[in-house]
Unconditional design. Sequence first.
Length: 317
Amino acid sequence: MNIAIIGAGLSGAVLSHHLQSDHSVTVLEKSRGAGGRLATRRQDNLAWDHGAPYFTARTPEFQQFLEPARASGSIVDWTPTISTLHRHQKSYKRLWFEPHLIGQPNMKAWLNDLINPNLLLTETEVLGITGAAGNWFLTTNNSLQGPFDWVLSTAPAPQSEGILAPFLPELGVTYAPGLTLLATTTHHRAKWQMAICNDPIVDQIILMSSRFGRLPGNPVVIHTQRDWAKAHLEQPLDQSKSQIEQAVKSLDDLEITQGILHRWRYAKVEQPAAIPFWIEPDLQLGACGDWFGLEGAESAFTSTSRLLIALKEHLMH
Ligand SMILES: Cc1cc2nc3c(=O)[nH]c(=O)nc-3n(C[C@H](O)[C@H](O)[C@H](O)COP(=O)(O)OP(=O)(O)OC[C@H]3O[C@@H](n4cnc5c(N)ncnc54)[C@H](O)[C@@H]3O)c2cc1C
């Protein structure tokens, strides 16, 4: 079967990994590489993991799937020194109560190991679909791709709804946006490597030096609070940047220099869908992703695994 997979984040990489040996798979990804929201940005010899800072693997299925990556060292436990920060109170230490996983040497490298690079079309944004079951075509920013027997979308729910309209029904999913500052610090005297902040603006501050194998320098990732990001998403980026910098200063003696503000329109699911995945066997269309639950990467994996089980039955005919 000719199968198109839209998106090369965790969900698209897992689909490709399972389907590419028995089928002719094409993965269409709008950005420059795989990763999606398991993201790393490099600039001027610095690197920031500016999407999900970590993820958990609570189900035996996800744990088992990650075993090869853990054995090879491309997924590792992240054990930073953690502190909780308040503006006018003393900080206190915190501990993790379960493993928190990160990719090594960056968040997304292990996803590249799952996708055959010859099948990945990058900088290819899917705009819409035409045709019929068994004969689908995808219009993209630079070409017409197809024909495909099946099309599977792993883009965030609102984007999948747009691409697969009018076939994919409204899933009723809402995402919280995010504003993330990628900065560097010149002198850091604090005793923590990750700060969880009790603050109206700043949510988490993460020193990238707490992650083994990262590029040198002192990159810091600062995630803002969900409600603050919602209220300030469209405000000029420079204004948001200086408000975040001020907030960081009042939380700790962390001198920040250089900053790139990243706007996430779809960061984390707020209202999940009522269904774990979507498949329409008569149309030969499907969709999956983290929109199924509130567990981020783990929800994306579960949704994808369930779509694969449902799909198997139809791909055998
Ligand atoms: C700031 C932030 C913090 C987070 N914190 C956590 C956390 O602590 N723990 C956790 O588990 N998760 C967290 N997450 C969520 C986690 O990153 C996601 O749940 C997970 O990465 C989703 O994977 P996915 O493959 O389903 O979606 P994505 O990673 O979004 O992948 C979808 C892919 O589709 C591509 N795409 C979209 N539209 C098109 C199109 N039209 N054509 C072609 N390609 C397209 C995108 O570029 C993307 O690569 C966080 C995310 C963010 C942004």
